[in-house]
Write a protein that binds this ligand. Structure first.
Ligand SMILES: C[S@@+](CC[C@H](N)C(=O)[O-])C[C@H]1O[C@@H](n2cnc3c(N)ncnc32)[C@H](O)[C@@H]1O
Length: 380
């Protein structure tokens, strides 16, 4: 009898960018899935494929949810083929599915990682051809079912990637702007500040809007995954369109509308236009106010205090970052922002010293491999 993976619990690896695992662990715990193990770029827990599908819609910081099908020993590609070909792929994949294979390989017998990918593809295709009498298509676009192989030394794991395309691709950032932070990182930064929608929020170097848009989604308790409609799990055997519609409906109900003002400013007119367009695509333009100009002239809503300010200044020369800019941020925070809590997100530690304020707390993050810090300043 075939197994329905949507109702069968298995080990799941939730993956994320380096630095975000504690946020992911907290998120999964809040959703009722306490992690079994936390590592640098993800957490391990136990769930069904239905749970993974719902988490794809809900998670703000995960990259993907990898549902484990197999764990075996393989010393070379032939052993990998044999173990993978034994798996009943007809229980996991729909007959006419498009498959993308992704691999992470570190094995001495392999010099070209395309080879194990090919062997895994052969194993799946051979098995499906036997079961259905026809072969599925494979390509690299991740728009159908995505199978992931992790092969480290003699240990191999094979997963179904429930997300398909990475979950940071929410679908709202049609215009990326210059030096954007990824949506998942933006969500974690906002979460690190403790923002919940009840405080005024000012983002004076907002660029194309990821921080402000993620903040608005958090404030409205809106599930970020509702913004897109294609996921890997939709291409798997036993996927139920009715269940999927119901999950989306349930998550859409959770929205609240009462949000304190969120202001996004930027000196670059084009960036503000991009942010406006992106916020509209995300359906949160109604909760944001936009402003074009220097950060020191941000129409300030925080004079009575209690607000949160997140500044993400440029951090390399190419983007106009210099000591004077960082010093002026410090001066502005000291002189104009009393009573609020400010956060500066930067990948330049030397320039960060020029702010001239003592950080009360430092949160570690990575932005595209750059070691970054979110510095907290309580402005009494
Ligand atoms: C690192 S980018 C911010 C990226 C943004 N978090 C995003 O996801 O798109 C820095 C931004 O600061 C803006 N900027 C630079 N100097 C500024 C100033 N004096 N006042 C306001 N914005 C400024 C730049 O135009 C740029 O969009």
């Amino acid at each position: 009898m075939s197994v329905n993976l949507f109702t069968t619990a298995a080990t799941v690896q939730a993956t994320c960018e380096r630095g975000l695992a504690p946020y992911l662990a907290a998120e999964l715990t809040a959703c009722g899935f306490p992690p079994r193990r936390e590592h640098k770029t993800g957490v391990e827990f136990v769930a069904t494929l239905s749970d993974c599908a719902r988490l794809c819609l809900q998670s703000r910081v995960a990259y993907s949810f990898l549902y484990q099908l197999l764990n075996f020993r393989a010393n070379n590609a032939d052993e990998l083929y044999r173990a993978a070909a034994k798996y009943p792929w007809e229980d996991a994949l729909l007959p006419d599915v498009e498959i993308t294979l992704t691999t992470r390989v570190q094995n001495d017998s392999i010099t070209d990682t395309r080879y194990p990918t090919l062997k895994l593809k052969d194993a799946i295709v051979d098995r499906l051809r036997q079961a259905h009498g026809r072969r599925p298509n494979s390509n690299g676009d991740k728009n159908g079912a995505v199978v992931h192989l992790n092969w480290q030394d003699d240990q191999a794991w094979i997963f179904l990637n429930a997300a398909g395309q990475k979950l940071s691709d929410r679908g709202y950032r049609k215009i990326p702007g210059r030096a954007p932070v990824r949506e998942t990182l933006a969500a974690a930064i906002v979460q690190a500040t403790g923002y919940d929608g009840s405080q005024p929020l000012i983002i004076p170097m907002g660029g194309s809007g990821a921080l402000a848009i993620e903040a608005a989604l958090i404030a409205r308790r809106a599930a970020p995954g509702l913004l897109r409609d294609n996921y890997g799990f939709k291409h798997l055997k036993n996927f139920s369109p009715d269940d999927y519609r119901q999950w989306r409906k349930d998550l859409a109900k959770a929205k609240t509308e009462a949000v304190a003002p969120i202001i996004l400013g930027d000196i670059d007119e084009e960036a503000v236009r991009a942010a406006q367009q992106n916020a509209k695509t995300a359906g949160v333009d109604g909760c944001l106010k936009f402003y074009t100009g220097d950060f020191r002239e941000t129409p300030f809503i925080g004079e009575s205090g209690g607000g949160i300010i997140i500044v993400n200044p440029p951090y390399d020369e190419r983007m106009g970052a210099d000591a004077a800019l960082y010093k002026s941020i410090g001066d502005w925070l000291k002189q104009k922002c009393k009573g609020n809590t400010a956060y500066v997100f930067t990948g330049n530690k030397e320039l960060a010293k020029k702010i001239g304020l003592r950080a009360e707390r430092r949160f570690e993050f990575f932005n595209a491999q750059i070691d970054c810090r979110l510095l907290k300043f309580s402005l009494y």
